[in-house]
Design a protein around this ligand. Structure first.
Ligand code: ZN
Length: 206
């Protein structure tokens, strides 16, 4: 059955493509999050970090972040960006890695609107200037991440760092706003890129 094996091969190529794209973009995303935490080392309001090992890695928390990211990714109606939402929403926590180095800095630098904006711009510059979905998922994954942190009682972030480095505290119920904004902008980007692709007669990568 040559047809079946051909479509099977195509599917494998497509999946390998997704995997490569997700790996490359996620490494860049995590790298920017680390770069942001390094900027925190020179901000005036830095303080001594407590080691992240004290709290340990909380698995339900990790899965919560992934699920929240998948939720905003699902709004893209694309398998690739659905997965990317889940991966980005957990990888943003690489900004905690700096806490292992016994230094003074600002906690959670990646949990900020400037991080979301910079990562969207950098990813689009590297992986496709017209890839609005990618840029939007990068920004919305930050919102999904802080949404879940807020829901689980950790709603305090330097939301405008490095421009305004005070920690802003949100009530637990605010999680809904962050997630709603994230889903809304992904839906808008999905509609925008569908109409662009339709106009040009090109196929959108799903
Ligand atoms: Zn976090």
């Amino acid at each position: 059955m040559p047809n079946i094996s051909r479509s099977y091969k195509l599917q494998i190529t497509k999946n390998t493509d997704h995997l490569k794209f997700i790996t490359k973009t996620s490494l860049v995303y995590g790298g920017i999050s680390i770069a942001f935490s390094v900027i925190g080392l020179i901000l005036p309001d830095r303080q001594f970090f407590e080691s992240p090992i004290i709290n340990g890695i909380n698995m339900p928390h990790v899965f919560g972040h992934i699920i929240w990211g998948l939720m905003i990714g699902a709004a893209s109606l694309s398998f690739r960006y659905f997965l990317l939402g889940g991966v980005f929403a957990i990888i943003i926590d690489w900004d905690h890695l700096i806490q292992f180095f016994n230094v003074e800095g600002l906690v959670r630098m990646g949990h900020s609107i400037p991080f979301g904006a910079v990562s969207a711009i950098v990813l689009m510059m590297l992986f496709g200037r017209k890839n609005y979905l990618l840029g939007t998922i990068a920004f919305a994954a930050m919102l999904a991440h802080i949404s879940f942190d807020t829901l689980s009682g950790g709603g305090n972030f330097p939301l405008f760092a490095p421009f305004y480095d005070q920690i802003i505290t949100f009530p637990d119920s605010f999680w809904f706003i962050f997630q709603l904004v994230g889903i809304t902008i992904v839906i808008s980007a999905m509609i925008l890129s569908k109409s662009i692709h339709k106009e040009k007669g090109t196929e959108i990568i799903t």
